[in-house]
Structure formats: C-alpha cells, structure tokens
Design a protein around this ligand. Structure first.
Ligand code: MN
Length: 282
C-alpha cells in the first residue's frame, strides 16, 4: 500500500513524525508537507505560481513543499503515482464541527479524494503541553488498522481526545452556533484596540464529534464531498413546480379578465387588432 503523509503544521511537526513512524508499519510511505506552518489554510491551492520542493532530513522519506497542504498532496500525487491513501496529521489541535471548513489537515485528505485516491485526516486535542507522541502510537495503530481497510469510504475525519481514549466511536459532524463578542481595551500607548472572539451556544448532540471527543472517545467521521442538502433540493424542486403551475393558472385567469374587460367596454363590437398590434378595437 502506498501511503502519502501530509499535514498543515509543517514538515517538522512532531505529530507528522509520529504518524509516519506508525503508518510505515502498514505500507510504503512518503511525506509531502508544507515547509512552514499553514494552519487554517483550508483548501487553498496555488495554481498561479511555481511550487518548489526539497528533500527534508526528518528520518523518513520526506519533501518540504513551498505550498499549502492541498498543494503538497497535489505535488506528491503527481510525483508518486498510484498513491492508495493520503493520511494527514497528526494535527496539533482538533478539527471538529465547523473547523472542518477551514482545516488545512482535512483539506489535504480531501485533495486526495479529488485526485481519485482517498484521505484520512487525523487531529488531536492539545489542551496544554505537547502530547506524549510515544503514548499516542498504540491508539494511532488501532485507528489505522480500522480505517485503512475501508477502501470504499473516501474521506474520514479522525479526532483524538486529550488524555487516554476510552474507545473509538463513529460520529457525525456537530453543527454549532456561536455568539460573537468584541472586547475593547487600549495598547500601552493608549490607542484603542478591539479583540473579536466567539463562543459556542448550546449543547452538542450525542454521538457528534464534539460531544464524543469531550467524553474521551476517538471520533471517526465519514465525510462526503457533495455538500448539497438533498432533502432541501427535493423540496425546492417541488416548490418550483408548484410555482410554475400557479403562474400558468394566474396567467390564464388574467387573460380571461382582460378579454372580458374589453368586451364590456366595446359592447358587441368585434375586436380588431389595431395597426400597432394592440387589442384595441378603435
Ligand atoms: Mn494545524
């Protein structure tokens, strides 16, 4: 199995080394990762400029790429044919709920899917100090043993909780709503400054990624590329058909009213189109 490793924290991240060391037990690996930290870069690509890469001495076959996480995967899949799976991570910080929208880690895995391969994104809560990467390896091994054989699931978002996991659960993406706040203060020179922050409102649903990682479980969420709300699409199409029939009915009714009004005004005179083409009997 050909496994391409990437991330968004940069090629020198200890999370990437830990992932590489475990992933090579499952197949042949190569690393294509950003040369610097590209956190929260989302699925940005750099088609308008040349991209360069260099070999990096990190103990495993690795290239540092002057590009976004998605660029790294695109370059890696072009240079190394027939990649079976791209694994991105281990990201230092969770990629749960709405964070999936701007995660560079998930984008790297998603780019793999768009290139006809498949992707697994792995992130971990980092509440305080750096995690003990050696201690993470057994659970990482279990996660890869579980997810790598699932060849018909193109994209999986994995989040590891802080501390020792209680187990592994399949979850759905949590949808959180937020309250925004602006804190005003002054810099040392007395100039006004504002700090924008958001805090989530409400509780997270059971079996969601946020809820289960909070409860200490590893969360595995299968993700789809199609963002369409198919139920809403069905309802919109029904509404649009109704609209069309309502419009047709009302057009017929309005035409009948118009003809009746002219008949009333003209009495029994026959309607003769005028030279300008209007239905004016004069
Ligand atoms: Mn990151």
């Amino acid at each position: 199995m050909r496994i391409l490793i990437s991330n968004d924290d940069g090629v020198y991240s200890p999370g990437l080394s830990a992932l590489g060391e475990v992933a090579r037990e499952f197949g042949e690996i190569k690393v294509f990762a950003p040369d610097v930290d590209r956190a929260a870069s989302g699925h940005a690509l750099s088609p308008g400029r040349p991209i360069t890469w260099k070999h990096s001495p990190i103990g495993i076959e690795a290239c540092r790429v002057d590009g976004t996480p998605a660029d790294c995967v695109a370059v890696g899949c072009a240079l190394w044919s027939d990649v079976d799976v791209v694994i991105a991570g281990i990201n230092l910080g969770p990629n749960l709920a709405e964070k999936m929208w701007n995660s560079g880690t998930l984008a790297a895995a998603k780019e793999a899917c768009l290139l006809g391969s498949r992707g697994i994104a792995i992130s971990r809560e980092v509440p305080g100090d750096e995690p003990d990467y050696e201690a993470l390896k057994p659970i990482l091994r279990r996660v890869l043993s579980l997810t790598l054989p699932l060849r018909d699931i193109p994209l999986i978002n994995v989040n590891l909780p802080a501390g020792t996991p209680k187990g592994i659960l399949w979850t759905h993406q949590s949808v959180r709503y937020f309250r925004s706040e602006i804190t005003r203060y002054k810099d040392p020179s007395g100039n006004p400054l504002s700090w924008f922050s958001i805090s989530p409102i409400g509780d997270d649903a059971p079996l969601s990624d946020v809820c289960e990682t909070k409860r200490g479980y590893v969360s595995l969420t299968p993700i789809r590329l199609d963002l369409t709300d198919h139920e809403a699409l069905r309802r919109c199409r029904l509404l649009s058909q109704e609209d069309k029939s309502v419009r047709q009915l009302s057009l017929g009714a309005r035409l009948r009213q118009f003809v009746q009004a002219i008949r009333n005004r003209e009495g029994n005179r026959s309607l003769v189109p005028a030279e300008n083409g209007t239905l004016d009997g004069k």
